[in-house]
Write a new protein. Structure first.
Length: 491
């Protein structure tokens, strides 16, 4: 997975294009760099340079007329690691076509340096696999960060997290004629090759045999049958165990509850949860985090056909609970139900599910906040980690009265409440909660701590890029969940 080479240098290499920073303050703009920018500061107003985020300008360095400088906005005081992460991504995106970019921002703080490196790597992402003519401007291939010799920082984590996001984005960008359950498995096995991760794959026959009725029911309308993948990363000295369950609908037509033509566009994104789950466990293994992680990739293609699941069909989820399907377009919760039950059987310390689950997430939270439901203590921790990573999460409630919406006359639970338009994101999470197991086999044991991330509104950026958020697939929550896994490794 191609990301730029990241390095710390005492001075820029000869072929590097140099980036300095601009900060907005009460007096206008000031520059941050180890270089002499006094002459540039005098010309800032004439050159219309601001320190605003997303601002970017290239100028001739008035102190060295043979040198071109790029000036990137860092925002306003106080600066934080996110200020540098954001600016790093803006600069490398704008400087595509340059082989080497050197950031000379006068940095000394380790967190700032690592955030800048991560942002610069994220901003260099591009995807041209299906274009007959490659982009004229190649992405930046090397990023240098200018620091004093006595300053040090670890760049392996920024490189690993950037690689993880590239994995997610590449999978999501792959068109559905080439990415389907079986080929997703091939990509998965390739991604974990050489890493201490064990895999188990259920094909359609094994899924039927082992009673994974949700995945089978969703996938039975497609000529390309479903799969379930279990990945295990288990360092010997780890004391904590996290299970991650990812929704992997490689394309969602809605099934017999067919979407509109316009509503189907973009439904290749419906496997983002599974792609994110894969990226998190591979990153944890590469970083050698001392925490057990089990990843469950629930893969199916939801298609209409004579063999497809019908409204009013009853499916038996892994473990025996039955679901009346009242809308085949509410399919993600059916495959996740299987994964949640299977994950619960191992009694992990935490279960996370991540899914592009409901359009209601956009209605509730717009496109820049991810709704999180479930265990209050874990969510509070996640929200704080998200702030550090520059990702926005919002704790949504799970009102007890919503469970009655999902009562069925013939099964243990229904997958939707027909005609209900209120709290759709919360209703979806309420359904999932029914399949999260207890901390032991004792009937009075508490439920395993669980959080549900509905990324339907944040997994895809339909607008232009900004900061470290690219256009198209965003890889949302992956960096924060890597940080969460890291926090469990040190607990």
């Amino acid at each position: 997975m191609s990301i730029p080479k990241l390095s710390l240098v005492p001075r820029p290499s000869a072929k590097a294009l140099i980036v300095v920073g601009a900060v907005s303050d009460k007096k206008g703009v000031r520059f941050v760099s180890s270089r002499d920018t006094s002459k540039l500061a005098k010309l800032a107003e004439a050159l219309e340079i601001t320190g605003a985020q997303d601002s970017f300008t290239t100028v001739i360095d008035p102190a060295h007329p043979t040198t071109v400088l790029a000036v990137v906005g860092l925002g306003s005081e106080p600066l934080s690691p996110n200020s540098y992460r954001y600016a790093g991504a803006v600069a490398t995106r704008k400087l595509a076509g340059n082989e080497v970019v050197a950031f000379d921002l006068g940095l000394r703080d380790t967190a700032d340096i690592e955030a800048l490196a991560e942002g610069a790597a994220l901003g260099s992402y591009s995807y041209n696999e299906y274009k007959s003519t490659p982009e004229k401007k190649s992405p930046v291939s090397a990023v240098e960060i200018v620091v004093e010799k006595k300053v040090s920082a670890e760049l392996s984590k920024p490189a690993t997290t950037s690689k993880a996001l590239s994995l997610v984005k590449n999978l999501v960008n792959t068109p559905p004629n080439d990415l389907y359950p079986a080929s997703f498995v091939e990509h998965t096995l390739a991604a974990i090759k050489g890493l201490p991760i064990k895999s188990t794959v259920w094909d359609e026959k094994a899924l039927v045999k082992d009673g994974f009725g949700g995945i089978v029911g969703v996938g039975k309308g497609s000529s390309r049958p479903p799969r379930l993948v279990k990945l295990v990363y288990a360092p010997k000295k780890a004391k904590k165990h996290i299970a991650i369950v990812g929704k992997g609908i490689t394309f969602d037509t809605g099934g017999l509850s067919l979407k509109t033509g316009a509503g189907m566009i973009g439904m290749k994104y419906d496997m983002t949860g599974a792609a994110s789950t894969l990226a998190i466990i591979t990153a944890a293994a590469e970083l050698k985090l001392n925490v057990n992680i089990t990843a469950w990739l629930c893969l199916a293609e939801n298609m209409p056909s004579s063999t497809a699941t019908r409204p009013n069909d009853v499916l038996t989820i892994h473990g025996g609970k039955t679901v009346e399907v009242l809308n085949t377009d509410a399919e993600g919760r059916l495959v996740l139900a299987d994964g949640l039950v299977a994950a619960s059987k191992e009694f992990p310390d935490l279960i996370i599910d991540i899914a592009t689950l409901t359009g209601a997430a956009t209605t509730a939270l717009g496109t820049r906040y991810t709704g999180v439901m479930g265990d209050t203590e874990t969510i509070s921790h996640l929200v704080e980690l998200g702030k550090y990573a520059g990702e926005n999460f919002w704790h949504m409630p799970l009102p007890e009265e919503l469970r009655a919406y999902l009562n069925s006359d013939v099964a243990d639970i229904a997958n939707v409440k027909p005609g209900n338009t209120a709290g759709g994101m919360l209703v979806g999470a309420t359904f999932l909660k029914d399949f999260v197991g207890r901390t032991s086999d004792k009937p009075d044991a508490p439920q395993i701590p669980w959080i549900h991330l509905d990324i339907a509104n944040t997994a895809n950026n339909a607008g232009g890029p900004y900061g470290y958020t690219s256009a198209g697939p965003t890889g949302v929550a992956v960096r924060t969940l890597i940080n969460l896994a890291e926090s469990y490794a040190t607990a």
